[in-house]
Unconditional design. Structure first.
Length: 391
């Protein structure tokens, strides 16, 4: 029996250190949206350093720019210090800079059809609102009003979702008239959504039971059902405390249970251009910030996508892996390779705090703090994991 287990461990050591291909799981995407000239592309550049085109005129971004962004995580740095691996690989999130939207987008105005198609392909929305005054930067509507800007975006997205509901209702109503109980229930849910959208309420804020949501709402992939994070783009002086524009935004979105982040996008973009780390930190300190707002935003986007991190830690590699909140141990193993999930036997789990406390895997074992978990184990954020499997 011991020889069999040893064989499994050897498979683990070989596979995790030398695996040529990671399985092709669809990358989770957060789309940056907003009116033209609110700072979307500047924010994208700040987050990804991909240098998306940015200029002082509407529709500067036509095709969506895509950047894979590292998720800042101090735990990864600590594990690196303890393990001293050959390489360190952070978790990532995909950020998409989408063309600016204007009134009438749901009817194809501006780049409306393209915008709405691109946003439908994302999993969450980072909605940038202009919360600063600057006469040198043109506003598409002639004046600064983040509440009006938010409503413009919301209305266009809601109108598009209403189109989707109307099409679905045409089919469902016919079935409901025949006495089909399932169709009648679905019709009632769709009519409730329709009423809410017509009242200016996004799908994410319309209350339905969890069962009804899974059965009737989620499959339709409504644009306004996507989770949203609001970014108030402010001037440098407002980076810490915000301003009156920010206060109004927070008041308006309070009922949406959405997070609001204040970010001086232009200033942060300038800071990211500095090569020297200490110089960047000095600039941030002068602004009254403990860390770059971009780092806060990236972590918030990661959370918005319902993602969490577990780690693998060995001398060859310390790595952060991304899994959905609620993922089981086999599902987490499958992120590394399909064979890990198919042949899953068990997972050896060390809590991050225990790893730091004892300083190494061997000392954690000696202290009796290493857990052996089966297929039903639900991964916790920060778990340090090894998988044993057979194929």
């Amino acid at each position: 029996m011991n020889s069999i287990i040893f064989a499994f461990l050897k498979i683990w050591e070989y596979t995790i250190e030398n695996l040529p291909i990671i399985i092709n799981i669809r990358t989770m995407k957060a789309g940056i949206v907003g009116l033209p000239n609110v700072g979307k592309s500047t924010l994208f550049n700040c987050l990804s350093n991909a240098k998306a085109q940015s200029a002082n005129f509407p529709f500067c971004t036509i095709e969506p720019n895509i950047g894979v962004v590292n998720v800042p995580d101090v735990r990864l740095k600590k594990l690196e210090e303890l393990v001293v691996p050959e390489k360190v690989i952070p978790a990532t999130v995909e950020i998409v800079d989408i063309a600016g939207l204007v009134k009438g987008a749901s009817k194809g105005e501006g780049l409306g059809n393209q915008f709405l198609g691109n946003i439908r392909e994302t999993d969450a929305i980072i909605h940038v609102l202009r919360c600063f005054d600057n006469d040198n930067i043109v506003h598409v509507d002639g004046s600064v009003d983040p509440i009006r800007d938010k409503e413009t975006i919301d209305i266009e997205l809601q109108l598009k979702d209403l189109e989707s509901i109307e099409k679905k209702l045409d089919k469902v109503k016919r079935a409901a008239k025949t006495g089909n109980k399932e169709a009648q229930k679905e019709e009632a849910i769709l009519l409730k959504l329709k009423e809410g959208l017509e009242s200016g309420i996004s799908v994410r804020a319309i209350e339905v039971s969890e069962d009804d949501y899974i059965a009737y709402v989620k499959p339709l992939q409504f644009i306004t059902d996507k989770p949203v994070l609001y970014v108030c783009n402010v001037d440098e002086e407002s980076a810490v405390e915000g301003n009156d524009y920010v206060k109004k935004v927070k008041e308006v979105v309070a009922s949406e249970k959405a997070e609001v982040i204040v970010l001086a996008v232009g200033t942060e973009a300038d800071i990211t251009e500095l090569d020297d780390y200490e110089e960047r930190q000095l600039f941030l300190q002068d602004m009254g910030l403990e860390e770059a707002g971009a780092s806060v935003l990236i972590r918030a986007a990661y959370k918005l996508l319902n993602q969490q991190t577990y780690f693998t830690a060995g001398v060859k590699e310390v790595r952060a892996w991304t899994v959905k909140v609620g993922a089981t141990a086999p599902q987490a193993a499958g992120v590394i390779h399909t064979d890990f999930e198919k042949g899953f036997i068990r997972a050896e789990v060390i809590k991050y705090d225990d790893f730091v406390k004892y300083g190494s895997e061997s000392k954690v074992r000696e202290a009796g703090k290493l857990g052996v978990e089966g297929k039903a184990y639900v991964v916790n954020d920060g778990d340090v994991m090894h998988f044993l499997f057979n194929v």
